[in-house]
Design a protein around this ligand. Structure first.
Ligand code: DGL
Length: 290
């Protein structure tokens, strides 16, 4: 069974689990999925977590669709085999907007996928001008176009595909923030004014890396807008699927696993530890570009 969700989430119900201490695998191309992990851990602090970053293939936004499908299927096969998760969160819009059907076909594990939060954006805007800020891959997907046609027909949706922003977010997390000018240039296209004086008032953060830059976006925006991050909606869907945390819980550890190399820089290791990812490992899977 497949359920399409309202708030930037897409969920498939394969074999719902009710286990007391489920294992949840949160997957992204890099470190953006940490923004989703944080929200999910808030609602299920008792679960065992594996945070998996396919850093050997980062950034996904540059990969062609066939390569990306093959890559995610291959990495997921390895991760599921190793960690036997009860639930997988694909904390990556670039992957979810393309690979979810293939994942659901291949594996029995339930998947929750982060997809662009078009519906809540359309419900929030007052000016009718909404921007979708995402990777070039997500912007190009027919899935994204279908979401807009279904949920935001009455809005004017501006699509901004930012090739460099996910990398900027990783630099920010590693304690090497990019200059204001570079960030301002990357988001400039998000802000639109019409001839009758209406302005963009909602921007969808349709890449899980972007909430890492949210404070800087807010400071650099030419006017205030509502930034929509789908992560809290994803956390609610996880609870819907596997249930709430038991009353007494102790927070469990989270393993961070990487397909390339484990973060070496102290600033990055500290940032991960601050998010509860203290144990780091590598499951090497070099990307063989076809
Ligand atoms: N975090 C990913 C997303 O939500 C994309 C980053 C990348 O290009 O790898 O789309």
């Amino acid at each position: 069974m497949r359920i399409d969700l309202m708030a930037g989430a897409s969920l498939s119900v394969g074999m719902p689990t009710t286990s007391a201490e489920p294992t949840i695998l949160v997957f992204d191309s890099g470190l953006g999925g940490l923004t989703v992990l944080e929200e999910v851990r808030r609602v299920r602090p008792d679960a065992r977590y594996v945070y998996a970053a396919d850093d050997a293939a980062f950034p996904y936004g540059r990969l062609d669709e066939a390569t990306l499908v093959d890559r995610v299927l291959a990495v997921m096969a390895r991760l599921i085999d190793l960690h036997r998760p009860d639930l997988v969160v694909i904390a990556c819009n670039t992957a979810s907007t393309l690979v979810l059907p293939a994942l659901r076909q291949r594996f029995r594990t339930p998947f929750v996928g982060v997809v662009p939060p078009i519906k809540p954006a359309a419900e929030t805007t007052r000016s009718g001008l909404v921007t979708l800020l995402a990777t070039p891959g997500t912007v190009a997907r027919s899935y994204t176009r279908d979401l807009i046609a279904t949920y935001a027909r009455t809005c004017r949706v501006t699509l901004v595909g930012a090739p460099e922003l996910a990398g900027y977010a990783e630099a920010e997390l590693a304690g090497e923030p990019v200059p204001d000018a570079a960030l301002s240039a990357a988001i400039a296209g998000c802000f639109v004014t019409t001839e009758d004086g209406r302005r963009t008032d909602v921007v969808c953060l349709a890449c899980t890396h972007y909430p890492l830059l949210r404070a800087r976006f807010e400071a650099l925006a030419p006017w205030p807008v509502t930034w929509i991050d789908p992560a809290p909606a994803i956390a609610r869907r996880v609870v819907q699927l596997i249930g709430p945390a038991p009353r007494t819980v102790s927070e469990s550890a989270c393993l961070g696993t990487f397909t390339g190399r484990a973060p070496a820089r102290e600033a990055l290791r500290s940032a991960l530890a601050a998010r509860g990812v203290a144990e780091l490992g590598v499951e090497a899977m070099p990307l063989a570009l076809q």
